[in-house]
Design a binder for this molecule. Structure first.
Ligand code: ATP
Ligand code: MG
Length: 552
């Protein structure tokens, strides 16, 4: 990522004027969910910048909340970071520093900079005041250092219930910055931690833990998103008052948001827990694992994120831009093939019964190196239901009674008869072909306007296609936004359509994650969960066209 941006400028200056002699960044996920594409932005910025300055990036699990964290998430996060193409220098767990954090908290108490408070959560909130009103001091604020040391130790030893006491930093109850009004830095939680088990029943709060983690690891530039801007003074206070040797600098950048995309682990977890999707890796999820299963490539995600740049702003990026990059990435690499999503049988009545032939088809007209393949053709084929209309409007160039079209890689066919079932549904077409019009023979006798894709009925392989739309209807949600509705009220009922069709026989050995461009339908990926050798399942990654144009 060689584009310049304000963070790069800061780092460059720090190195030039000797404030730093190295660059250490970290990606610090909380293992309470799977990574989403917003996290990809943070990953790319952290790893990209450190790399550009020959620095290092660590992966750190910010695991200070035992109730929400899980080993499953730890494993998934590691896998996703690697898949995106990044490799951390060091792997850390915030929970490995619990001893050190405890000692730093004791140091604060000894300096008269922290105290044990008996107010409960609601009272603390009430005493905090508002943006226009100063806060009120807790009646426990002026406990002696000895008493505080004793009470904090008892908290640690499990002598109190959850919520009975907290440890607070003693800063300034009338600060205009609410974060500095004696923030809670330790709470009691009798819960088993995925890494430290039952060793602890007090846990540091994020705002206390995070700066210490950065400082302990020698992080030089602690990059985070803009919602932490108001926390920066507290971050600096903690690093300074805890007398940390290394002083990291917090720099904030704007979050990535994408239209029609829910980007919060809490909400994504809700979708999983309520069974609205089939897991964190459901192809409709904006998670890295969901995008991967849908068929996105790591390079398309990287290119997209880089194009969104690094700034303080966080306006939503059009989802079509993400689609643009995967199309670009697959254009030259994905083989082209034909698949029928909603089949309609066509009998070519003048094609000799029992015979068949092989036709040559190019695998990618934009990339000759991908060569050609042979596809079978015989008397019965499938075309797409939507490629036939009995009573077409003007300018309909596909098949209708009396009309002639080209079959891709094959012959011209003309529709003569329409066969219907007793309800009047079209179930079969009878056509004739013209042997003279064979593809590749240079036939110029006459022209047709429509080209249809098809598969040979006898040899085609049944396949399932999964077609996606956005999971949440963003625009509607914005328009109707109100207190008593939440995002679950805006789930798109059409976010998944499953259809049963056919594919060319030469796709018989497809493997999960293989990617193809199906003529006219778009790019598809073999699903890693539902696909079987008997019945391949394809996820549509994107359709072929988008109205999105990059303004470069
Ligand atoms: P969410 O709000 O989705 O739950 P989070 O910020 O709570 O995400 P963390 O695990 O704390 O999740 O995030 C790890 C890192 O990723 C943090 O530094 C965070 O700032 C960054 N990050 C999270 N979401 C985004 C986003 N949409 N754009 C850019 N960076 C993000
Ligand atoms: Mg967070």
């Amino acid at each position: 990522m060689e584009q310049s941006n304000f963070i790069r400028t800061i780092i460059k200056e720090d190195l030039e004027n000797g404030k730093r002699d190295t660059v250490v960044t970290r990606f610090p996920p909380e293992p309470n969910g799977y990574l989403h594409i917003g996290h990809a932005k943070s990953i790319i910025i952290n790893f990209g910048l450190a790399d550009d300055f020959n620095g290092q990036t660590n992966l750190r699990f910010d695991d200070t909340n035992p109730l929400k964290e899980d080993q499953e998430y730890v494993d998934a996060i590691k896998e996703d970071v690697k898949w995106l193409g990044y490799d951390w220098e060091e792997l850390h767990y915030a929970s490995n520093y619990f001893d050190e954090m405890y000692n730093r908290a004791v140091l604060l108490i000894k300096k008269g900079k922290a105290y044990v408070d008996d107010l409960n959560q609601d009272e603390i909130r009430e005493y905090r005041g508002t943006l226009t009103e100063p806060g009120k001091e807790s009646p426990y604020r002026n406990r002696s250092i000895e008493e505080n040391l004793d009470l904090f130790e008892k908290m640690k030893n499990g002598e109190y219930e959850n919520g009975q006491k907290v440890l607070r930093a003693k800063i300034d109850m009338s600060s205009p910055n609410l974060n500095l009004r004696d923030p809670v830095i330790y709470r009691i939680s009798h819960a088993t931690h995925h890494n430290t088990g039952d060793t602890w029943c007090i846990y540091p709060m994020y705002a206390f833990a995070h700066p210490l983690e950065d400082a302990i690891e020698g992080v030089t530039h602690s990059l985070c998103t803009t919602e932490f801007e108001d926390q920066r003074p507290l971050y600096n206070w903690i690093v300074a008052e805890c007398e940390m040797e290394n002083q990291p600098q917090q720099i904030e950048f704007g979050r990535l948001n994408i239209t029609n995309t829910v980007m919060s682990k809490r909400k994504l977890k809700q979708l999983v827990d309520e069974g609205i999707v089939d897991g964190w890796d459901d192809p409709r999820m904006p998670t890295i694992s969901g995008l991967r299963r849908k068929g996105y490539t790591a390079s398309a995600i990287r290119e997209f994120v880089q194009e969104t740049g690094v700034s303080k702003g966080s306006g939503a990026v059009d989802e079509m831009m993400l689609e643009h990059y995967v199309r670009e990435d697959l254009k030259l690499s994905a083989p082209r093939t034909m698949g029928i999503l909603k089949p309609l049988k066509v009998v070519i009545t003048n094609y000799p019964e029992g015979e068949s032939e092989w036709l040559e088809a190019e695998n990618n007209p934009e990339n000759e190196e991908m060569g050609t393949r042979q596809i079978p053709f015989s008397r019965e084929i499938y075309i797409e239901q939507e490629d036939f209309m009995e009573n077409p409007p003007k300018k309909y160039f596909r098949l209708f009674p009396g009309n002639e079209v080209r079959l891709k890689h094959a012959y011209f066919i003309k529709c003569n008869d329409v066969i219907k079932d007793e309800d009047g549904n079209v179930v079969e077409l009878h056509c004739t072909y013209d042997v003279e019009t064979k593809s590749g023979t240079g036939f110029t006798g006459r022209k047709v306007k429509g080209t249809l894709h098809w598969v040979d009925a006898k040899s085609a392989i049944p396949a399932e296609f999964r077609l996606y739309e956005p999971l949440v209807l963003d625009e509607q949600m914005k328009e109707e936004a109100s207190e008593d509705k939440d995002f679950l009220d805006y789930i798109n009922p059409n976010s998944l359509e499953v259809v049963q069709g056919f594919i060319e026989p030469n796709l018989k050995d497809v493997q999960p994650q293989d990617k193809f461009q199906f003529f006219r339908h778009g790019y598809f990926n073999v699903d890693s969960k539902y696909s079987t050798p008997e019945k391949p399942v394809f996820n549509r990654i994107v359709s072929l066209k988008s109205s999105f144009k990059l303004n470069k």
